[in-house]
Design a protein around this ligand. Sequence first.
Ligand code: PEP
Ligand code: MG
Length: 754
Amino acid sequence: MLDILRRIVQEVNDAADINQALHIIVTRVKKAMNVDLCSVYLSDHTRKQNVLMASDGLNPDAVGNVHMDFHQGLTGLVGIREEVINLADAPTHSRYQYIPQSGEENYHAYLGVPIIRHRILLGVLVVQRYVRKEFDEDSVTFLITIAAQLSGAIAHAEASGGVNILQQKSMRRAAPFSGQPGSPGIGVGTAFVIYPSADLNAIPDRFVDDVEKEVGVFTNAVEAVRNDIRSMLVRLTDKLPAEDRALFDAYLLMLESESLVGDVIAKIRQGNWASGSLRDTIKEHLRTFDEMLDPYLRERGEDIRDLGRRILMRLQSGGDARPRKYPKKTVLVGEEITASMLAEVPPAQLVGVVSVSGSRTSHVAILARAMGLAAVMGTDFPVGRIDAMEIIVDGYRGQVYISPTRAILDEFSRLAQEEQELSADLISLQNLPSETPDGVHVPLYINSGLLADQIPKDINGAEGIGLYRTEFPFMIRECFPGEEEQYQIYRQVLQSFKHGPVTLRTLDVGGDKALPYFPIKEDNPFLGWRGIRITLDHPEIFLVQLRAMLRASETLNNMNLLLPMINSVHEVDESLAILKRAYNELVEEGFAIQMPKVGVMIEVPSAVYQVREIARRIDYLSVGTNDLTQYLLAVDRNNSRVASSYDALHPSVLRALVQVVEGAHAECKPVAVCGEMAGDPASVLLLIGMGVDSLSMSVANLPRIKWVVRNFTSGRAKRLLEEALSCETTDVIRARLNSVLEEAGLGGLIRAGR
Ligand code: PEP
Ligand code: MG
């Protein structure tokens, strides 16, 4: 049975469209179960009807034409109850409903199972027999298993062929397609489907006689791509902060690197033509990226692939690449949108991005956030069929509407307008203090890390850097960086914000962040060797980093140190001892350094319960709500299957945070929050209510958080916190906070934001 099941699932996965997928299901299941009929009904949640979409056994004319309300018939009962119904003689059941055109009068035994995906009913799978006999246990479990296995394939096939089939069967789809929120915002415009025109995989090997001429062809193509990227950079100069423009600098660097360009030239010199040599080099690089455990770095493989395509396009066009014509309000849509595809669209014409692959950490999502564009990533989506259609991108909820109804379009256009007005207001806040109307100063800092050398001053009015993740310099090298190299990087960061505090976090690798040259293979990486556990086990690495940091702060004296993943006072004491050692060594060597403030990240539940003991030992606490939420709720922060259960507004997380703030304040130590929660307006209301002393977030979130701080008194925030603490569920808390924000005028910007 397992084998049959596997084969059916495979065939359905390979189907060209939903019609074919459903046809495969009904014919294969009928045969495998040796039944007399198999049908699939899909649920139209807009009309609240189940529609017969495929059948092997019923009258073919009935397919697409039998519509039954959700409460009608046995099929309706299976759907409403979301459970299996197994009957020996269906026509004798009180809910049985005979449909004249279907030709089902001869069938008696009935087995119906719901098809459910992510808790949503997709439809009902039914088998029937002529005999009057209940189905046996094996048949029931087989049908349940197949329905569960097929739900993903059906959802995908429906998405890929969705628009067509729903229009054909007059089931107009009001429901949006879902993906991950890539960048907050609302984009209403025309879909422009972009696809890579140069396919590296299709390039054959071809031998060349004049290798030097071929090297020339290749270097010309590289130069042309370099020029393309430089002009993109010019176009984006005032659209992007320097930190994000650096993504394109990275492209330029790759185009100069020996490992990419040099490798291709070496291959050409071995006799293969430029395109074939490029293909092999790109593939080799991609393999290295694919093996990386860190999702951020894995995503960088996308950039290599993109560069490869660009060079290939230039090779194929002999250096000529014609500009595309984009609609006035372009929503860029594609299977895999890259940062450079996005940068090609004139910024004034771009209103949103939808990418089938990729996630929040993809470059394109990072860029969209920096440019204030709505983006939805990783959505099952009928890309091939929607070019030039009207489309809405809801970057808050991660949803996309295609050819929306007038009512939906009006609602979103209004929200987009509100959002635009609000953004203008937010910009005007830049130079105003981050202070509540009743005079509580809540300093706002930024999180940074990946491209430290590019951090500009005064980003969106930030008062400093609240979290500098030091992993990056470690990730982009082939071995641990030395003291001097690290010193240069940290010095630049500290200098870039020399008038404000800069919090450097010590190395936090492990978990999902692996170093290519220091692989850690574990069954449970998030519960394994990560953060401070690694650095304490390797004092030689830790000491080098601490020495580099201390030296970097010489004369600037604006550095705070932060220790990640602390789970016991033991780890704090040991870290402080190593820090003291580094400090003493440097003082002895003649460096005029000061001991920095030292903080501990509260991101492991055990640290919550020992917050006072920890706070006593150090200068401040900083709550890493990303990990704390993950560990308190036992929900992997990177797993999209359980993403709906991951929310820092969970009552348990709120109670833990209250405990942390109270514990720290009882020891007269300040508390910062530096996880994503600090950039979420609804959460920030409660954090202010708790008395959190400062907030650190990504640059893009800073203006709206300042708006929240400046519009709510700390007294109001306290009352909202009390109210929230009396609620039992996350949804109620979020709904309440969102309505408060909405009333206050933050409108569309906070809806369902996380
Ligand atoms: C956190 O866990 O909230 C945090 C800020 O650290 P990171 O996201 O780097 O794990
Ligand atoms: Mg963390």
